[in-house]
Ligand binder design. Structure first.
Ligand SMILES: Cc1cc2nc3c(=O)[nH]c(=O)nc-3n(C[C@H](O)[C@H](O)[C@H](O)COP(=O)(O)O)c2cc1C
Length: 182
């Protein structure tokens, strides 16, 4: 079982965030959704462009259709809430960075409430299908969504240690010098 437990320790909140892909079907309470969107709104972006619109989808049938478009978001079929991110369609490199930041922050806001989430990417054709499905204007760019839900108790067990050791990825002063705190 993969758990997401409310925590008031900010560092623990960050290190315990996991991609939750299986949900128990309970709806997300409105105050939690309000927090998720409030956090999204306050996310930083390049030049403070805020190049995003958030399409909140709670209709289960539409969510199932979103999960079915071409891409890697099939896991979201049973989610009670999906937020599709529509980007302005300007500089894609910059907007990609902003998209990642805001996605992660929405996941963290949910996690703070004990709710799981994961990002799901659409292929270019999948993104085009989503635009049509949700009446997103022509010039905008859709590449991903975030699905939310209370973690299913019957989910696959989480991997206990799924990150590279710090010694492998942190360097001191120059590349290749082992990082040390002493
Ligand atoms: C940029 C990015 C794109 C991702 N796209 C998908 C996706 O399309 N579908 C999916 O199921 N998970 C997606 N993930 C989730 C990753 O697979 C997950 O964060 C990674 O395997 C680590 O899992 P953990 O956080 O549960 O340890 C994506 C994550 C990131 C950061």
């Amino acid at each position: 079982m993969t758990e997401t437990t409310p925590t008031t320790d900010p560092i623990r909140l960050l290190t315990s965030l996991r991609a939750i892909r299986e949900y128990d079907g309970r709806p997300i309470p409105d105050p939690v959704l309000a927090d998720i969107l409030r956090v999204a709104r306050w996310s930083g972006s390049a030049r403070n462009d805020q190049p995003w619109d958030f399409i909140v989808v709670r209709d289960r049938e539409t969510i199932a259709r979103l999960a079915g478009v071409d891409g890697s978001a099939g896991f979201a079929a049973g989610a009670p809430l999906v937020i599709v991110i529509a980007l302005a369609g300007g500089l894609k490199l910059r907007e990609s960075y902003d998209e990642g930041r805001v996605s992660e922050r929405m996941m963290l806001a949910a996690h703070a409430h004990g709710i799981g989430a994961n990002t799901g990417w659409f292929s270019p054709t999948g993104g085009a299908a989503v635009k049509e499905m949700l009446a997103i204007p022509e010039g905008k760019w859709v590449r991903s969504m975030v699905a939310f839900g209370y973690p299913a108790t019957t989910g696959r067990p989480g991997k206990p240690d799924v990150r590279k050791p710090l010694a492998e990825i942190a360097h001191e002063g120059r590349f290749g010098e082992p990082f040390g705190t002493e």
